[in-house]
Design a protein around this ligand. Structure first.
Ligand SMILES: Cc1cc2nc3c(=O)[nH]c(=O)nc-3n(C[C@H](O)[C@H](O)[C@H](O)COP(=O)(O)O)c2cc1C
Length: 376
């Protein structure tokens, strides 16, 4: 399932463009995607006109777009281009807000003379915002859209209906392909284990975090974040500790503990300096989400610090919603908090969540007290 933000940017409340968007959304919805519509005319007008990114509603929408897997952008054609209303929102997005996303552009217009507006006006700005792939868009003639205000029904001409079907399918193919690519594959000899934080394999992670935090935050004593939470929190029945081993070496890991009855807190996410930028932290996060769901939690809460930009990027890319102003100077905010609802179906049973490790047993050297927590 992908999270797809759809943008409705007609100034009109009775909008043909919104009617077309509703049709597209139904198709995304039946495919099981989470659709989140942003209606630009409902955002605070003063914040839009003043390009005020600190407005809480604007900041929430920007975060929502940044966290999405894909975006559908719709607009009526006004004066041979997209609407000024859409521009007010695009102006508030960070430079690469659409990085890594598939984007479907769709416009409606009164005249076929402006059929190219999607490609000469809208597409360039979407590309400039870093969109990974702007799929083929479509221009729908207003006369091809009949709206029935009494019940909200919409009758599309056969040609418009056929074309919208085709561009939506093509968009969804890109979304699916891209999501598969985004979940990094482990090396053949990588193994993911749920272990005790007291196991030897957990030690490289815990030791290196002392060095990393000490360097970044300039502390001469161990960082309080590392000492105020006992590692025993990361054991059952309310916690879990995950490591990734390659060739027997611990190269990544992370932990969860109880935040409240329904919420797990992610902590200690770490990748060995020699193995960064391979998607290992994302893999760890996926395992931690499965572990949390397996322990009965419904959501994840976490905080990271202002000098961990890679952590912030990881959580945004993984669909976590920031509870802070993304545009504020990181040093001016305290802990950077993120939250995520765990989608239904996250749980995998222990045995499948944690692959069996050939040749590794409780008595193996280096794995002092390995336990398959998922099965416990
Ligand atoms: C101010 C304004 C400017 C417009 N400019 C154009 C235009 O340049 N080219 C065009 O094809 N249609 C133009 N239209 C027509 C709209 O694009 C068309 O009616 C569209 O379907 C309206 O969508 P909506 O109902 O979602 O607002 C314009 C409409 C308005 C109100």
């Amino acid at each position: 399932m992908a999270t797809i933000v759809t943008i409705a940017s007609s100034p009109s409340v009775a909008s043909r463009t919104d009617a077309v968007l509703g049709h597209i959304e139904r198709r995304l919805d039946v495919r099981g995607h989470a659709v989140q519509r942003v209606v630009v005319r409902d955002l605070p007008p003063e914040a839009l006109l003043r390009a005020d990114a600190t407005d809480p509603q604007i900041a929430a929408v920007v975060a929502q777009i940044e966290a999405a897997d894909a975006v559908v952008v719709t607009t009526p054609v006004y004066k041979a281009a997209y609407t000024g209303l859409l521009k007010t929102l695009l102006d508030l997005l960070p430079q690469y807000a659409l990085r890594g996303k598939s984007v479907l552009p769709v416009a409606t217009g009164g005249s076929a003379a402006h059929v190219l507006a999607v490609d000469y006006a809208l597409r360039p700005v979407l590309v400039s915002l870093g969109a990974e792939h702007v799929t083929q868009g479509w221009f729908v003639l207003a006369s091809d859209v009949q709206v029935f205000p009494a019940d909200g029904g919409v009758l599309l001409s056969e040609s418009a209906s056929r074309a919208l079907h085709q561009v939506t399918e093509s968009f969804l193919t890109h979304v699916a392909r891209h999501r598969r690519d985004k979940v990094p594959a482990l090396d053949d000899d990588d193994v993911v284990l749920r272990v005790s934080p007291h196991d030897d394999v957990a030690a490289p992670l815990l030791e290196d975090l002392v060095v990393e935090y000490g360097t970044r935050y300039g502390l001469s004593t161990p960082h309080t974040q590392l000492t105020e939470v006992p590692v025993s929190d990361f054991e059952g029945p309310h916690g879990a500790f995950v490591v990734v081993l390659r060739g027997g070496q611990t190269i990544a890991g992370g932990a969860i503990r109880r935040h409240d009855d329904e919420t797990a807190e992610v902590k200690r996410v770490w990748t060995h300096a020699q193995f960064r930028r391979q998607g290992l932290a994302r893999r760890v996060l996926i395992e931690l989400e499965k572990a949390a769901a397996g322990l009965g939690y419904r959501r994840i809460h976490l905080t990271t610090g202002p000098r961990q930009p890679e952590a912030r990027a990881l959580y945004l890319a993984a669909g976590y919603l920031p509870a802070f102003d993304l545009h504020a100077d990181p040093e001016s905010i305290g802990p950077h908090a993120f939250d995520k609802e765990l989608p239904a179906g996250t749980v995998l049973s222990g045995a499948s969540a944690v692959p069996a490790v050939p040749g590794v047993s409780a008595g193996s050297p280096g794995l002092r007290s390995y336990r398959d927590w998922g099965a416990a």
